[in-house]
Ligand binder design. Structure first.
Ligand SMILES: Cc1cc2nc3c(=O)[nH]c(=O)nc-3n(C[C@H](O)[C@H](O)[C@H](O)COP(=O)(O)OP(=O)(O)OC[C@H]3O[C@@H](n4cnc5c(N)ncnc54)[C@H](O)[C@@H]3O)c2cc1C
Length: 399
């Protein structure tokens, strides 16, 4: 991939900037800047998705026939940079980046016609029902049962760590349709309306104080068999395909913004009267994080270049997930070190996007610890980094 920008690319960049200038409201920017967790709450994220939708820019990675933009990889990259730089809300990936590619590749035409346009428009909000109590890394051991009953399945069991289940209209779920053979062979992939009787959602509050994840319970939930993706018992294949998209994608554009913010904090905080950014030892930590970030960016370009020739992300997505999440965690760790004593007061309300109490200490400090705490989960969700290293050892290094 050629990453030097041609005059056409620069014209495209100007077009994106003009769009952001005209459409990204001060309120949306402020809410994004105040984020301490992975995603914004549904109303904010969807408000921005609807604005992008009017311009046809919600899903640059989708094929044009389903509403993608048809941009080159360079244009997609420019768009990502400009979106991050302008502090636009991140879009919620469970529909757009996770289940949609599975529906496109393995779904029936009527499923594509129903689910894809609604997901693109922001009218259908998804959550992911993979993990269960006792089945996380060892996902194939999952126990949520789908028993056949005429035209329906009857679902019983529970899913856990389900991000934004409290907002979701639909859940894509791995269920056990056969318990007799190899565990992977008895799994099916179902799309379930969250309003179906028998589904309940219980909040799980994280150590950062966020309500992001939940436990979802299924008590005799009837789901039409027509909501199954592909063949019965082949869900494991579809589930793994989805994970390549969940783990892949670009980390570097938003991490650059985080690194700039860290530099500003280190410029404002002092040690013995000297700005931290001028302390060679402290600067070396920031520089080391930047080197990791730049090598991550180059790897992303390499993977994007091969994606532009067609194909799915493959096991390289495990590499991006591991390096991206660890660099992200490192930046938040240095930020906590930089704010020193301002990290001690508990000021969750001030840090939240809707908080209105004045923060203790400088305003940039209030978000640092909640963000640091939230980021601890980055090396767990999407499959833990230990598991990603196992995948790389096997599939990339051939060990
Ligand atoms: C914030 C957050 C959001 C999440 N959102 C969702 C969601 O929306 N939907 C969903 O389905 N799931 C979600 N998850 C669940 C996530 O995918 C699992 O937590 C993850 O796969 C790990 O599984 P586990 O928690 O059961 O830990 P376990 O699998 O019990 O692992 C415990 C520890 O053992 C290590 N370990 C396990 N197996 C191996 C191995 N073979 N080799 C080396 N080390 C190993 C792990 O790395 C980990 O450190 C979320 C999790 C978090 C924290």
């Amino acid at each position: 991939m050629d990453i030097s920008f041609s005059p056409e690319d620069e014209a495209f960049r100007a077009e994106v900037r003009a769009f952001l200038e005209a459409n990204l409201t001060a309120d949306l920017k402020a809410k994004t800047r105040a984020m301490t967790s992975v995603f914004l709450e549904r109303p904010t994220a969807i408000a921005w998705q609807k604005i992008l939708h009017t311009r046809g820019w919600v899903a640059p990675a989708w094929p044009v026939e389903y509403g993608g933009t048809g941009w080159t990889e360079t244009q997609k990259y420019i768009f990502d940079i400009e979106i991050a730089r302008a502090e636009a809300p991140p879009l919620i990936p469970m529909g757009l980046k996770m289940v949609a590619p599975v529906i496109m590749k393995f779904g029936r035409q009527d499923q594509k016609d129903y689910f894809l346009p609604r997901t693109l428009a922001g009218d259908m909000y998804w959550c992911q029902g993979y993990s269960e109590p006792g089945s996380g890394s060892d996902l194939a051991s999952l126990k949520t049962r789908a028993d056949s009953d005429g035209e329906d399945y009857v679902i019983n069991g529970s899913k856990i760590w389900t991000t934004h289940a409290h907002y979701a209209d639909w859940i894509f779920c791995l269920v056990r349709t056969d318990g007799s053979g190899k565990p992977q062979e008895g799994i099916s992939f179902l799309l379930i309306d969250m309003k179906t009787p028998g589904i309940s959602v219980r909040p799980l509050i994280t150590m950062a104080g966020d309500h992001e994840v939940n436990q979802v319970f299924f008590d005799n939930v009837r789901v039409p068999k027509s909501n199954r993706i592909g063949e019965e018992g082949k869900g494991w294949t579809y589930a793994k395909y989805l994970l390549e998209f969940e783990r892949g994608g670009s980390y570097s554009t938003r991490l650059k913004v985080a690194l700039d913010s860290l530099r500003r904090i280190a410029g404002a905080e002092t040690d013995g009267g000297q700005p931290l950014i001028e302390d060679p030892g402290f600067r070396a930590k920031i520089d080391a994080a930047e080197i990791d970030l730049l090598s991550l960016e180059m790897t992303e370009h390499r993977i994007m270049a091969s994606l532009s020739k067609g194909g799915s992300p493959g096991p390289e997505s495990s590499l991006l997930k591991t390096c991206g999440s660890e660099t992200q965690q490192r930046i938040t760790e240095i930020a906590v070190e930089a704010i020193a004593q301002w990290g001690t007061p508990f000021q969750r309300g001030e840090a939240a996007p809707t908080g209105n109490a004045p923060p203790v200490g400088p305003d940039y400090a209030a978000r640092v610890v909640p963000h640091y705490l939230n980021t601890r989960a980055a090396s767990i969700y999407g499959g833990s980094n230990e598991v990603q290293r196992n995948i790389m050892a096997k599939l990339v290094l051939g060990l």
